[in-house]
Design a protein. Structure first.
Length: 291
């Protein structure tokens, strides 16, 4: 078999694989949106849930989803980005930093339910936060941290070394070079990574079942971080497994479609400006990562 024939076979295989994945994703989208969109209405999106009667909404759950996401990023972003900067700029290449990187890689592959059980033992029981929004957000931030550390490290390493060298040559300190040169240049990649982390957090349920609970406050919106905080993802699980309402299947279909739409809109609202910013910083080309 010649090299050209092998290349054609490999190319055809990868094309077929890509098309199969796209068709699978399209089938999921059509199935979820086709079943869920007819259930969506303004009353459903903003209304309060019902425990026994039909016709409840998911307004508090949708609010809690974004509230917990905001708090989790508030906790994890400074630590994750700071750790990534330390590993990239300040840390020396030794056994200790190698151990840190291995630990980060290991934590990023831990199943989310393990983080949920850890958060239940630490925040719910030991710290006495019980099932609460703050407990769920703190546990969710632990899930985000390993990914944010790796994303920050890779984003900073993608910046040409000449940026760093030129900044130091002009007399800036390390902190000034990081704050005014490296982080702005790595911002598009950082935003992309944060978007992926946020999208994963919006759809997370295993962690929040054990830490934020399966109930919502009587008040809407409730900004109290110690209130129980059922999210849209956990509500979807609850109505499919334990709900007593007669229209549980319709609520589940509508919740799934709404969650999918929210994640797509969230990614587009952050992803599109990130691409525009990346093009402006790279001068209209994609060679910004060349060394």
């Amino acid at each position: 078999m010649t090299s050209k024939t092998t290349d054609r076979i490999a190319t055809g295989f990868f094309w077929l694989t890509g098309i199969a994945i796209m068709l699978l994703l399209a089938w999921f989208l059509i199935r979820i949106l086709g079943d869920g969109l007819p259930q969506l209405s303004w009353k459903f999106i903003t209304g309060k849930p019902q425990e026994i009667m039909a016709g409840g909404g998911v307004g508090p759950m949708l609010f809690n989803s974004f509230y917990i996401l905001f708090l989790s990023l508030l906790f994890s972003l400074p630590i994750g980005i700071g750790a990534g900067v330390y590993l990239t700029i300040y840390a020396k290449q030794n056994k200790f930093t190698d151990f840190i990187r291995i630990s980060v890689e290991a934590l990023s592959s831990v199943p989310s339910i393990v983080f949920g059980l850890f958060g239940f033992l630490l925040f719910v029981n030991l710290f006495g936060l019980k099932f609460s929004i703050i407990g769920g957000a703190a546990t969710l931030s632990l899930l985000n941290l390993p990914v944010l550390v790796r994303v920050t490290e890779e984003a900073l390493r993608s910046v040409p070394e000449s940026y760093w060298e030129a900044s130091l040559a002009l007399g800036s300190t390390r902190w000034q070079a990081i704050r005014k040169v490296l982080l702005p240049a790595a911002l598009p990649n950082l935003i992309t990574g944060i978007t992926l982390v946020a999208g994963r957090a919006l759809g997370e349920s295993a962690i929040l079942i054990y830490t934020a609970g399966l109930s919502v406050s009587r008040f809407f919106p409730d900004w109290n971080p110690l209130a129980m905080g059922e999210t849209l993802a956990t509500h979807l699980w609850y109505v499919q497994s334990e709900a007593l309402v007669p229209d549980a299947k319709q609520i589940a279909k509508g919740s799934a479609a709404l969650l999918l739409i929210v994640v797509l809109i969230f990614n587009l609202l952050i992803g599109i400006p990130s691409r525009i910013l990346q093009k402006r910083l790279s001068g209209g080309n994609n060679r910004g990562g060349e060394k």
